[in-house]
Ligand binder design. Structure first.
Ligand SMILES: [Zn+2]
Length: 317
């Protein structure tokens, strides 16, 4: 028996199993939901099951000839942004289209292609894929994975069977996380910090992210209290990478906004309590700015990190 889907994805799995058993599996799927909940694992399990010679109903058998190849099976293909790039190139999609036009290596078998992040296709790349999504060859399944499906062309979305992968129920997430984080307090803190996304919480734990985020909170607080200059604060923050910082800032301003609207700060990291009575318009402006920076970084825009952080903090001062 090989890898199976995560416990909170059983319903989505059953839905596809039912379709597969009755030979109605869609040729194009769009798995969408927040980052860090296991969509890629789901896709991997599905891909392996679709080429397995005797799938078990929970995934690939793990023993057959096809399973021997794992994700290296010649009928399994992955299209993702090349190393160091944020965008999927149009040539990659053209290659994919060629694969779709050929027959599978295993006789009578399927070709399965995953594309992630599917929103990393610009318009011309997405357009190159459209025709294939419209008129797929019968033995191909294309799985698009996206954390931000709104950024996909509507024409792409409408040609896929869309499957939602929401943030899982807290108790299921905690049960899974406890195996890796035995300390209950830390387990809950990591999950809360990552807004209930279990795989993101696990990653945070593994990189000691809770402590790193607290250092960032304290640096910001020291700057606000006049104990640190803007330059020193930014210097300290820049010891972390930009994606870490933007995830932290976005989460913090999100929490601050919710707390300000509710008029209480129970969910806030302690140094942020001092800002809970700031006008909601100020908070939402900073939240928008951090979201925009994060979107730019995800699109591959080369930000001047120091300048971006300084302007961000000056706007908040
Ligand atoms: Zn197998």
């Amino acid at each position: 028996m090989s890898e199976t889907v995560l416990p909170w994805h059983i319903a989505q799995w059953q839905q596809l199993e039912t379709l597969r058993e009755s030979d109605r599996l869609p040729h194009a799927l769009l798995l969408s939901g927040p980052e860090g909940i296991g969509k890629r694992r789901f896709a991997r399990v599905l891909m392996r099951a679709l080429v397995c010679e005797s799938p078990t109903g929970e995934g690939a058998c793990g023993n057959c000839r096809a399973c021997h190849f794992e994700m290296e099976h010649p009928d399994l293909h992955t299209v993702t942004a090349p190393e160091g790039k944020k965008q999927i190139a149009v040539d990659q999609v053209r290659e994919l289209v060629e694969i779709c036009n050929k027959t599978a290596h295993s006789s009578g078998g399927r070709k399965v292609i995953q594309i992630y992040p599917a929103d990393a296709m610009n318009n011309s790349t997405a357009n190159a894929l459209l025709k294939t999504l419209e008129e797929p060859s019968g033995d191909t399944v294309i799985i698009l994975i996206s954390d931000a499906p709104a950024r996909l062309l509507a024409t792409i979305r409408s040609r896929c069977r869309q499957m939602a992968f929401p943030v899982p129920e807290r108790s299921l997430a905690l049960d899974w996380l406890r195996v890796m984080i035995p300390d209950e307090g830390q387990c809950m803190a990591c999950l809360d910090e990552m807004a209930g996304r279990p795989l993101a919480a696990k990653a945070l734990f593994e990189e000691d992210g809770l402590a790193l985020r607290r250092q960032c909170d304290e640096a910001l607080s020291a700057w606000a209290g006049g104990q640190k200059t803007l330059g020193d604060t930014v210097e300290l923050l820049l010891e972390r990478d930009l994606e870490f910082l933007l995830e932290w800032l976005t989460q913090r301003f999100h929490a601050l906004f919710r707390a300000a609207m509710a008029g209480q700060g129970a969910q806030l990291a302690a140094p942020w309590l001092q800002w809970v009575s700031r006008p909601a318009t100020d908070i939402s402006r900073q939240l928008d700015a951090s979201l925009e920076m994060r979107a730019q970084v995800q699109r591959g825009v080369a930000l001047n990190k120091r300048l971006a952080l300084e302007s961000f903090l000056i706007a908040w001062a």
